[in-house]
Ligand binder design. Structure first.
Ligand code: ZN
Length: 155
């Protein structure tokens, strides 16, 4: 299980990613969920199942983010789940947009960086352009889930 040997990340960002890869957060299953999405990338075998429960105020209260595959998707899925807790659907739409901008290497304001918080560590994945897809797969699941949520609320 030393799938991390295919990439080498140094420094603080690398340490954050390694920590999430080795100790993924929010992996416990959720048996009832307001949002449930599965994404699979046939090219590298990465897979993620994202489920979430909202509280009465429309905030994401409980998250289950289960991923399989390379180190990067596992770290990204764990870090995303942590970033989802307590946020609203609208805030998460913005967070997903900011994360895509980060992966595209766009210039970011201090305010945007603050919203991304620890997720900014994943910018080192840009050193391995073919792996950007791995980092984005959980976010694709989130965006799909948010779309479905909006449709089910009828707006
Ligand atoms: Zn991958």
């Amino acid at each position: 299980m030393s799938q991390f040997s295919d990439v080498a990340f140094d420094g603080l960002y690398g340490a954050t990613i390694m920590d999430h890869y080795r100790n993924p957060r929010h992996r416990d299953p959720l048996h009832s969920a307001d949002m449930s999405v599965h994404e699979f990338n046939p090219f590298c075998g990465d897979e993620v199942t994202l489920r979430a429960q909202l509280d009465g105020k429309g905030r994401f209260a409980r998250i289950s983010s289960q991923s399989q595959g390379c180190s990067i998707i596992q770290a990204s899925a764990s870090m995303m789940a942590e970033g989802m807790v307590g946020r609203s659907a609208e805030e998460l739409e913005e967070l997903a947009r900011l994360f895509r901008e980060l992966m595209q290497g766009r210039e970011m304001s201090k305010e945007s960086q603050a919203k991304l918080s620890d997720l900014a560590a994943l910018q080192v994945v840009r050193q391995y352009p073919v792996r950007i897809k791995c980092a984005l797969l959980p976010w694709t699941a989130l965006e799909e889930g948010l779309d479905e949520l909006r449709r089910s609320r009828g707006n």
